[in-house]
Design a protein around this ligand. Structure first.
Ligand code: HEM
Ligand SMILES: *[C@@H]1O[C@H](CO)[C@@H](O)[C@H](O)[C@H]1NC(C)=O
Ligand SMILES: *[C@@H]1O[C@H](CO)[C@@H](O)[C@H](O)[C@H]1NC(C)=O
Ligand SMILES: *[C@@H]1O[C@H](CO)[C@@H](O)[C@H](O)[C@H]1NC(C)=O
Ligand SMILES: *[C@@H]1O[C@H](CO)[C@@H](O)[C@H](O)[C@H]1NC(C)=O
Ligand SMILES: CC(=O)N[C@H]1CO[C@H](CO)[C@@H](O)[C@@H]1O
Length: 327
């Protein structure tokens, strides 16, 4: 009986991924878009990513995050990769991007692909593929990446500030942010699980430890014992120290994030906020139970959804020659 249930369950997950893929196709993306014009593109990107991540597994997290930051600002159009110019401050220079890392992986993959088929494969697609392959290398979930995204020509600092959800967001703000990108409440709680890997600087959460409402108080939604531990690492005003978001397994893509949130140890207010809504709370609690965990397949489906936000296809945008510059 349990086996039948499990089978039914996997079948349903499969349907979800297939449905998400259908939607992606409807947006003009498709699996194997470069099959004819650059058959080795995906293999080259994969090889490059493996080279970097097997040497430095901690780079998988910032690369996953970079794809998220790209998609939430002007759609998945590679705008996060553009450098500022004399007359324009790009997204890269916005505060939330200060801690983005791994641009060298994108640049290396792009150079390798350009050497084989110049001017064919977009930086936006390369970023989407690198994020997927990087998570694969650390044995995280695998998701299909329909391709055919084209690169945007615009990147504006204030767009990043206005479109990226802040770690100080409450549940209402988070839902509104995801909904404005066409993502569901389920996508919100599932994709937040990306915080099972990687690090955060103290500045993203010290307000919760020292002066939460301006009365020298702490955030009552954060476990007091955890506050004591975090205070040892992060002194007020410390802008350089960072901590693992999932202490002890920050390089392993597991369901610990949900156990932490469930124990009121989610690092950001935006993590704790998932307990403030009955649907997201239920999901958190399910994932925190080993037998109830569907995170891996859910994450795959939600990444497909995220990867199609506001994509440029057809004749829109361009195929950049170098990812940091428009042509
Ligand atoms: C729900 C809204 C979200 C908020 C408010 C948020 C906020 C943050 C913040 C403040 C950091 C720490 C940056 C630092 O101080 O170094 C961070 C890190 C990270 N985020 Fe999110 N995030 C959100 C959603 C996501 C999503 C959707 C993903 C990917 C699916 C993601 C993946 C990551 C990863 C992997 C890191 C670690 C980066 C590293 O190790 O350098 N986040 N996030
Ligand atoms: C990337 O390469 C590895 C090692 O050759 C392989 O196991 C994996 O399936 C490849 N991934 C993709 C998406 O092609
Ligand atoms: C783009 O700007 C970054 C700093 O934000 C710099 O490190 C990098 O070298 C620049 N890229 C290129 C290709 O000039
Ligand atoms: C969320 O934050 C906004 C803006 O600060 C505020 O107006 C709203 O009341 C808050 N909602 C909840 C549920 O706390
Ligand atoms: C806490 O915040 C309040 C209001 O912003 C400020 O007046 C006070 O000096 C802060 N206290 C500490 C210890 O930083
Ligand atoms: C990677 C990157 O370009 N980071 C930049 C983010 O923005 C700050 C300024 O807010 C720059 O100093 C960083 O170089």
């Amino acid at each position: 009986m349990a086996f039948v249930k499990l089978l039914t369950f996997f079948f349903l997950q499969l349907i979800l991924v297939v449905l998400a893929l259908d939607l992606a196709t409807a947006q003009g993306l498709k699996l194997g878009f470069y099959k004819k014009r650059c058959p080795s593109a995906e293999a080259i990107v994969n090889q490059t990513t493996i080279q970097f991540i097997s040497r430095a597994p901690s780079l998988a997290a910032p690369l996953l995050r970079m794809h998220f930051h790209d998609c939430f600002v002007r759609g998945c159009d590679g705008s996060v990769l553009l450098n500022s110019t004399k007359n324009n401050q790009a997204e890269k220079d916005a505060i939330p991007n200060q801690s983005l890392r791994g641009f060298q992986v994108i640049d290396a993959a792009k150079s390798a692909v350009e050497a084989k088929c110049p001017g064919v494969v977009s930086c936006a697609d390369i970023l989407a593929l690198v994020a997927r392959d990087a998570v694969s290398v650390i044995k995280g979930p695998f998701w299909p990446v329909p391709t055919g995204r084209r690169d945007g020509r615009t990147s504006i600092l204030s767009d990043a500030l206005n479109n990226l959800p802040s770690p100080f967001s409450n549940i209402t703000q988070l839902k509104a942010s995801f909904s404005s990108k066409g993502l569901s409440v389920k996508d919100l709680v599932v994709l937040s699980g990306g915080h099972t890997i990687g690090i955060s600087h103290c500045t993203s959460f010290t307000n919760r430890l020292y002066n939460f409402t301006g009365k020298g108080d702490t955030d009552p939604t954060l476990d007091p014992n955890y506050i004591t531990q975090l205070k040892k690492k992060c002194k007020p005003g410390d802008a350089t120290t960072f901590v693992e978001m999932d202490p002890g397994s920050s390089k392993i893509f597991d369901t610990d994030y949900y156990s932490l949130v469930d124990k009121r140890r989610g690092l950001f207010q935006s993590d704790s906020a998932l307990l403030a809504d009955s649907a997201t709370k239920t999901y958190v609690q399910q994932q925190a139970t080993p037998s109830g965990a569907t995170f891996s397949t859910d994450f795959a489906a939600s990444m497909v959804n995220m990867g199609q936000i506001g994509v440029l296809t057809g004749n829109s945008g361009e195929i950049r020659k170098r990812c940091a510059f428009t042509n």
